[in-house]
Design a protein around this ligand. Sequence first.
Ligand code: PHE
Length: 338
Amino acid sequence: MLQEARTQIQQAGNLEALQTVKTHYLGKNGEVTRQLKSLGALSPEERKVKGQEINLLKQEIDGLISAREAELKEAALQAKLASEAIDVTLPALSLPSGGLHIITRILDDLSDIFTRMGYNVVEGNEMEDDAYNFQHLNIPWYHPARDLWDTFWLKDGRLLRTHTSPMQIRYMLEHSAPLKIVVPGKVYRYEATDATHESMFHQLEGLVVGDNISMADLKGTIAELARGLFGPKAKVRFQPSFYPFVEPGADFAVWWENPRGESKWLELGGCGMVHPNVFKAVDDLREQRGLPRMYEGKTGFAFGLGPERIAMLKYGMPDIRYFYANDLRVLGQFKGEL
Ligand code: PHE
């Protein structure tokens, strides 16, 4: 019987099968148990001899089963470890990392330059009223200059701001002079797109108001901006121009040599001395709100520039539409720039 038990135990392929074998021999009605029970029918001497024999057999089978059980458990553990193994030498997945948009970076950079000159950075809403986008900026409804700002009108009569200049009015309404602010943000123009025109683009507006602020201050500020952007050798140029909310008004350009050795004038934006009508409009609004009139008699300058133009020049970007087509092959090239 021992021989037979040994074979069966060895052949038990898993713990369940082993348990069946165990029950077969050592269970309540198992072979060995039955033999033990039959001892009662024997004479005392025979019982002694046979009893020892059966007990020995029982111990042996028990031992074999325990050994096999240990073996099976070890095998199961090894199989589990193998199936859950991780190959730490496999190359990692390369997860694409995000980055700030190139225009965001340029606006941040511009904001830094002006923050160093003591300006506050503020933002306005992209949704505006006719009054703030035009009228208070000395652009009445019949003014031909309105053609310059082709407008996206909203259903309720409001509009998407066509420039960041409305923040000049909004800021002066709530703050007193002297003040120095820049306003980065999105603006919208209802016009056909081409390589140099988009219906959404960005501006950085600047406004300085105080006593005895002059055109010389404006020029010095723009020159400082140019050096901050393009290095100590950058030059600036001003040409007379017209914007209803400044007088005199000018366009400014920056001369800069890029790393490819190319250099030319880059028309960057408009500027000028704040028009007295703008100060008057602000004081009228302040009065309506029960605030003291305080801007008439002050002097100041304002400017507005386009970060897209800076990026196009700096990086040789041939088409403004690339900025917003969200092609990662284009945008990815600017990660970590600036
Ligand atoms: N708001 C003008 C534009 O959209 C730019 C500008 C700002 C000009 C401030 C003069 C002063 O083109």
